[in-house]
Design a protein around this ligand. Structure first.
Ligand SMILES: [Zn+2]
Length: 257
């Protein structure tokens, strides 16, 4: 089985001492590609370094809604220069969070739209964090939906009704370790029903530990996540892995595996 971890943070401090070992382990477990997402200007260079070292790493550059305050006045220039250096790079992790960050909605929306517009202009995939901000998300994405930008909703936690709305505007739905907990009814429910052509898998390493794991999450846990989604959908693991892998190739590599 081959896997494509569509959202992780290998540049995280928690991997500082043994990133190489973790990446080699994941590769030997079948992970062919990793989308390594930056969260703020301060970690973009570390993401770029990893992508310069590993051909399996697709970098993503973006400002996460939690870190919008720390951006410099030159953030757009910085973002564009990384996107120029890496023609395959995505834009992310960007998004809207009305659960944890509650007093800056307008700023979040402004910055999200600006980053979406850059992605649309350069024809890049975007990796999106969205918590409790679904209406605003749909309005923002609708602004760029006529372009070719593929939108990936990382660790999707919205409702099934929202899946149908977001499918119509071309979004992909990525499932993380959160789907391995059967008491996460809403997440398990959408993982079961989302259109097979729109389903992706990710680990969000080093965060979101799957059932039975404690501490830092590593990309190899994608096997467990694949197994959980396969069982929810009543298909075998091989079939599930092949579907998610092919969708990720289409979404992040324009179909060129
Ligand atoms: Zn993330």
């Amino acid at each position: 089985m081959k896997f494509f971890d569509t959202h992780c943070h290998l540049q995280d401090e928690r991997f500082k001492d043994d990133a190489e070992r973790i990446i080699r382990q994941a590769i030997s477990d079948g992970v062919a590609f990793f989308v390594c997402c930056g969260s703020s200007e301060s970690d973009w260079e570390n993401v770029a370094d990893l992508a310069r070292t590993w051909k399996q790493i697709i970098p993503a550059f973006g400002i996460h809604p939690w870190y919008i305050k720390g951006r410099s006045s030159l953030w757009k220039e910085h973002l564009r220069s990384y996107l120029d250096e890496f023609p395959e790079a995505a834009v992310g992790e960007i998004g809207l969070d009305h659960l944890h960050a509650t007093n800056n909605h307008k700023d979040q929306i402004d910055l999200f739209i600006q980053q979406l517009e850059i992605a649309a202009e350069l024809n890049r995939t975007v990796s999106v964090h969205c918590l409790k901000a679904w209406e605003d998300l749909v309005s923002a994405i609708s602004l760029v939906s006529k372009s070719n930008v593929s939108v990936v909703l990382h660790s999707y936690s919205g409702s099934l009704e929202m899946v149908r709305v977001l499918e119509r505007i071309g979004c992909y739905f990525s499932y993380s370790g959160a789907v391995t907990y059967s008491n996460n009814k809403r997440i398990c429910n959408t993982a079961q029903s989302v259109n097979a052509g729109r389903l992706l898998l990710e680990t969000d390493s080093p965060d979101i530990p799957p059932m039975g794991h404690h501490g830092r999450t590593e990309p190899s846990v994608i096997l467990q996540i694949n197994k959980a989604v396969a069982s929810l959908r009543g298909i075998d693991e091989q079939e599930m892995a092949a579907i998610a892998y092919q969708n990720a190739i289409t979404c992040f590599k324009g179909g060129n595996g």
